[in-house]
Design a protein. Structure first.
Length: 64
C-alpha cells in the first residue's frame, strides 16, 4: 500500500486502520521495552566483601 494512504478500512474484516496511529503505538511499545528500571535490588547486587574490594592489575603510578 502506498505511503500516501494514511488510513483505510479492510474490505475483508471491516477494521479501520490508521497508519500514523499504528506507528505511534509501535514506537511506544519499543520505547517501553527498551527502558531500564533504576529501582530495586536488580540494579545493584548486594554488597559482599569481594564486591567492596577494588582490584586493579598492571597499573603504573605516574607522578608529575
Amino acid at each position: 500500500m502506498p505511503f500516501s494512504i494514511r488510513e483505510w478500512t479492510c474490505s475483508e474484516c471491516g477494521t479501520h486502520h490508521d497508519r500514523d496511529l499504528n506507528v505511534a503505538k509501535n514506537l511506544m511499545k519499543l520505547a517501553v521495552s527498551s527502558t531500564v528500571s533504576a529501582c530495586g535490588e536488580d540494579v545493584r547486587p548486594a554488597h559482599t566483601e569481594a564486591a567492596l574490594t577494588k582490584q586493579e592489575f598492571n597499573v603504573k603510578a605516574t607522578y608529575v
